[in-house]
Each structure stands twice: as C-alpha cells, then as structure tokens.
Design a protein around this ligand. Structure first.
Ligand SMILES: Cc1cc2nc3c(=O)[nH]c(=O)nc-3n(C[C@H](O)[C@H](O)[C@H](O)COP(=O)(O)O)c2cc1C
Length: 320
C-alpha cells in the first residue's frame, strides 16, 4: 500500500529523534522528555511481533504500544522474525495512533538474536526483506529500519546497507557499530561520507539517520555542519547525562528536581491503570540527581524507598 502522508517528509533537516531504549523510553519517560524539550520524533521501546499476535502476549504488547498526545508524532518499533506476524501487527498500528513503523534489525541482545530478531536479521537478509515487505503490505504507514553496520565484521556494512537501501524504505537509522562491537568501541563516524554516497546512489529518497555516541543537539549540529547530507540524528544515552539534550539548555538543579517530580506523577498515573513495579523506577534517579554536592547522599536515600510516596517525602525535606 502507498502512504498518503509520510511523517518522514514533514520533518525539517536536521531532525532529532529520541532513540528507542528498552526499559527506559516508556510512556512516562517520554512525557518527561517532551516536557524538558521534545525531539522532533519519538520511538517506542521495541515490541515483539509474535507477542502481539499471541493471546497471552497481546495485552502486554498493547501496553508497550500505549501512547499519549504529547508523544505525537511517534513511530512504533517492532522486532521478530515471523513475516506473518509482521503483517498482522502492521495492519493495526495506524489505528493505534502511530505515524510510522520501524523494524529493529540492530539489537545485540542474546535472547533477541537467538529468537532470530534484531541484529540476527543481518545474517538472514532474505528473511529481513520478507519481513519488511510483509509489514509494508498491510499498512499505509511509512516503514523504516534501524540497524547496525554488520554482525561480526565492519566490512559487512556495504553489502548489508546496499540490501536495505534497495527496499524503498522511508528512513534508515544506522547505529555506527557492528553487533559484535556492542557499545564498546567509538562509533564509526569515519564511514559517514561513504554511507552518504551509497544512500545518494541507491535511494536518495530514503532519509538517513545517524546514531551512536551523539550526546546532544549541539553535537548533532556539529556533525551536520560537516555532513549536510544527513537527514537526522538519533540520541539515546545522551538523555542520561542531560534530559534537556534536545534543546541547547543544560537543566538546572531546580529544573531537574521538577522533572523528577513530574516523572513520579506520570509513573503514578500509569500505575493507576496498569500495575507497574516500583523498583525499575529507581534506575532513573541518577538522571535527575547528579553533579551537585549532596546528590549521591540523596540518591542513596531514594534507593532505600519502596513507593513514590516515600520518594516524594524525601524530596520535600531536601532543600534545593
Ligand atoms: C538501555 C538501552 C535499551 C535499548 N533498547 C533499544 C530498543 O528497544 N530498540 C532499539 O532499536 N535500540 C535500542 N537500544 C539502542 C539505542 O537505541 C541506540 O542505538 C544506542 O544506545 C546507541 O545510541 P547512543 O550512543 O545515542 O545511546 C537500547 C540502548 C540502551 C542503552
């Protein structure tokens, strides 16, 4: 099916995207980032296509695909290896409010790869093509892919990206590392000129998004100055250092406290509808309580808490 409205064509270059991060960029945290300074586009955490089609997994999949108005525009990221399941989930995503569908072909997680998904797709290119085509068949939404440079060796990049660029994708996000490199070596920025050349030769219409080690807006702008052919940048772990990273602003201590309180509010709102374990919320505390005298002391106290109510009590007694 042909897209009538394509979000990727509406974004102004160089656009910024919050990277999908499993266990991080959930509905509550995306609202935090939207409040701090929104990127041009959000992605969901990845959702397994086979989970969505199974009776047992459907509820959980739909929970992961829940969005709010402040998310919009937002892309649903999906992963898996069963083409029928790609087809089925893709037929539903437009009515759930998404502006596009992104297929994860870069995740290095062992469980995901053993299940044939994420970066394992690099080793099964025919299946990768089939999954892309089956997703496209049942939706009007633009379909994109997020991937790495290769599975084991860096020199896989040309063959793999050539194959993807031949699929008439709306966008291609490249995390500039191989699966084997995980996040242990610096991103391969040196390959950008060659990747741009390849994209321009094969698929000038496909938006090219660069990802890996880009901390904030100003870093993205510096890379763009050097390589204006890039369409957009995706920032992931940069939000851990500064949740205001999509703006030119470095959050003040007061703003970070406000943001933490806002995160607690959003967590509570979500928990009213569906049970959410409190423990994982603690992983976020260091984002807000960092780099000022007494930060670790208050963080240690918060790590002993069992509810948002207890967190609020401690924060109230702490003078900013
Ligand atoms: C905790 C965590 C979870 C992630 N989950 C996903 C995911 O669900 N889908 C995905 O495509 N990439 C995922 N990634 C990879 C990021 O989207 C991104 O490609 C990677 O962190 C490199 O970008 P950065 O250097 O800006 O962080 C995850 C990364 C982290 C750190």
């Amino acid at each position: 099916m042909k897209s009538e409205k394509n979000i990727w064509n509406e974004l102004k270059k160089p656009f910024l995207i919050l990277a999908p991060m499993e266990g991080v960029t959930d509905i509550a945290f995306r609202q935090v980032i939207a409040k701090a300074g929104r990127p041009d586009l959000f992605f969901t955490e990845f959702t397994n296509v086979s989970s969505y089609v199974s009776e047992k997994g459907r509820e959980n999949a739909l929970e992961r695909l829940k969005i709010t108005p402040s998310d919009s525009p937002i892309i649903a990221q999906i992963w898996g290896k069963n083409p029928d399941h790609f087809s089925e989930i893709s037929s539903a995503l437009e009515s759930l409010g998404f502006s596009g569908i992104d297929i994860n072909m870069g995740c290095p997680d062992r469980h995901v790869n053993r299940a044939g998904g994420g970066a394992a797709m690099i080793k099964t290119p025919e299946l990768a093509i089939e999954c892309i085509n089956r997703a496209k068949e049942t939706t009007n939404l633009p379909v994109s892919v997020k991937t790495r440079l290769g599975y084991t060796y860096l020199d896989e990049w040309k063959e793999w990206l050539t194959l993807l660029l031949n699929q008439n994708l709306s966008a291609l996000t490249i995390h500039l590392r191989t699966r084997k490199e995980m996040s242990k070596v610096p991103a391969h920025f040196e390959l950008i000129p060659e990747i741009l050349k390849l994209r321009n030769e094969i698929a000038p219409e496909t938006k090219l998004i660069i990802n890996g080690d880009i901390k904030d807006k100003s870093e993205a702008e510096k890379i763009y100055e050097k390589y204006p052919g890039i369409d957009g940048f995706m920032i992931g772990r940069g939000v851990f250092q500064n949740p205001f990273c999509f703006t030119d602003h470095l959050g003040t201590k007061t703003e970070l406290f406000e943001l933490l309180n806002f995160h607690l509010d959003k967590f509570d709102e979500e928990s009213k509808e569906t049970y959410h374990s409190f423990e994982p919320l603690k992983h976020y505390f260091k984002i807000y309580l960092n780099n000022f005298p007494g930060a670790s002391e208050i963080r240690n106290k918060l790590m002993q808490t069992h509810s948002t109510k207890e967190v609020r009590e401690i924060l109230k007694n702490f003078s900013i």
